[in-house]
Design a protein around this ligand. Structure first.
Ligand SMILES: Cc1cc2nc3c(=O)[nH]c(=O)nc-3n(C[C@H](O)[C@H](O)[C@H](O)COP(=O)(O)OP(=O)(O)OC[C@H]3O[C@@H](n4cnc5c(N)ncnc54)[C@H](O)[C@@H]3O)c2cc1C
Length: 416
């Protein structure tokens, strides 16, 4: 039998984004808030991030992932917000009906507003098509982190890590501390992909070699990984013949990108931005489907959890207002931001004229002493000096509503 539940705001995902959105929705007047999480505990990816570095911006403290999550879980409990664990949202319709499966059966949740907070998943070997045999010992970095930190399982003795994103860097240090010899971190780009602080604290402090402009061209081994073949790449990221080198190892970790989990969003008809692979949203974090809001890694892959929390609070606020029929109707059409020199993506993509908006950008290529310009109708409204920019670090700017009230065009660029 289908169990029917009616709520004001349904939040999909119990990671830091979902927790903050649910709390904010409740604090902003939504009475019936329901958070749905497919895992067996709240906290999302933070549960397996036992390193510190969380909360520096919001709490001025360096917390571990579980410590950071605990602050919000306690608040959720204090506000008596309903949540379902071990419950998977299988379907979301444009009319905000959610179909959820758990051990008690199949549930239909009719929501007035929905917050998407499903996070992201890791790209796998299949996604990057590495040649070679199919031995055991190949893991994504997050899976390896889960095995070691949550299940106390050892994954190997000598490892090569492909990709220098933050997850890969953090796992290089974590595995070293567990006695694994990290033979190399191999990065296809000519620059490290993770935060500078992670390159220093996770590789340089442990003398782990980083091969830039290199990739793994083949995984060798029959039953278990025995070695990888790496090669230098040219400016088109293609391996250069004759530069191959064999590195012996019994384990390969892949840290080759995260993909926002937008299957449900697509099902609901939400427009997806091919640059971020997350929903297109406006200043209220509302997607192209009215009443469906998005925040956190499902919207765009974030480097700092603190920004996820701030963004999710806004999504929760606007979702509550939508559910209460209090969402202001904009007087004018939204303005789509146009992207100029060295800007890969912008979130939100659309500005509601007159509304204060926090904007996040990512660049294509790294550089030093650049300026982020936000140009409204030809006038440079924001000029922000950036001592260094890199694709792995988001740039942030706050655009005041007074500058966009009568605006027609908003353009952003990162240049000299
Ligand atoms: C290894 C690693 C290290 C990091 N280190 C740092 C750091 O040092 N400092 C820092 O500030 N940030 C760090 N981050 C980033 C930060 O952890 C993330 O930005 C943040 O966790 C994203 O939160 P989220 O809620 O969007 O996603 P998640 O935490 O991934 O939560 C999403 C939740 O949604 C659930 N879900 C998905 N689909 C469904 C469904 N259909 N039904 C029900 N539930 C669903 C998932 O089970 C999950 O619990 C790190 C991230 C990683 C992976």
């Amino acid at each position: 039998m289908l169990n029917e539940i009616e709520v004001d705001v349904a939040v999909i995902g119990g990671g830091p984004a979902g927790l903050a959105a649910a709390i904010s929705a409740k604090e902003n007047g939504a009475e019936k808030v329901l958070l749905i999480e497919r895992g067996s505990r709240l906290g999302g990816i933070l549960n397996q991030c036992i390193h510190d570095g969380f909360g520096l911006v919001l709490f001025n403290k360096s917390l571990t992932g579980p410590e950071y999550a605990e602050i919000f879980i306690e608040k959720l409990l204090e506000l008596k917000i309903d949540y379902m664990l071990n419950s998977m949202v299988l379907e979301l319709t444009p009319s905000k009906k959610l179909y959820v499966a758990n051990k008690n059966g199949y549930h239909l949740i009719k929501a007035k507003a929905v917050v998407l907070a499903m996070g992201c998943r890791e790209r796998t070997r299949g996604a990057i098509k590495i040649a070679g045999s199919r031995p055991s010992g190949v893991y994504t970095a997050g899976l390896a982190q889960n095995f070691i930190n949550l299940q106390n399982l050892m994954i190997g003795r000598t490892a090569v890590i492909l990709g220098s994103g933050d997850v890969g860097l953090i796992m290089a240090r974590r595995l070293t501390l567990e006695g694994v010899k990290i033979q190399a971190v191999v990065e296809i780009m000519p620059f490290p992909y993770g935060l500078r602080r992670n390159v220093v604290q996770c590789l340089e402090d442990y003398n782990i070699p980083l091969y830039l402009s290199h990739t793994v061209t083949e995984i060798l081994g029959r039953d278990r990984v025995e070695a990888v073949k790496i090669a230098k790449v040219d400016e088109n990221l293609k391996p250069i013949p004759g530069t191959e080198k064999i590195i012996p190892c019994d384990t390969v970790l892949l840290s080759v990108g995260l993909i926002p989990e937008n299957e449900l969003s697509r099902q609901a008809g939400v427009e997806i931005d091919p640059r971020t692979q997350g929903p297109v949203v406006n200043s209220m974090l509302q997607t192209s489907v009215k009443g469906i809001f998005a925040c956190g890694n499902v919207l765009h892959v974030n480097d700092l959890v603190d920004y996820v929390t701030v963004e999710a609070r806004k999504a929760g606020l606007w979702a509550a207002k939508y559910a209460l029929n209090q969402l202001p109707e904009p007087d004018r059409k939204e303005i789509t931001i146009t992207l100029g020199e060295n800007v890969r993506s912008a979130v939100p993509q659309k500005i509601i004229p007159g509304l204060d908006t926090s904007l996040f950008f990512r660049v294509y290529k790294p550089g030093k002493n650049k300026t982020l310009n936000i140009i409204v109708d030809g006038n440079k409204i924001i000029q922000k000096h950036c001592p260094s920019v890199t694709p792995s670090e988001m740039l942030k700017a706050d655009l005041k509503g007074e500058y966009t009230l009568n605006a027609e065009k908003i353009h952003v660029e990162v240049c000299e």
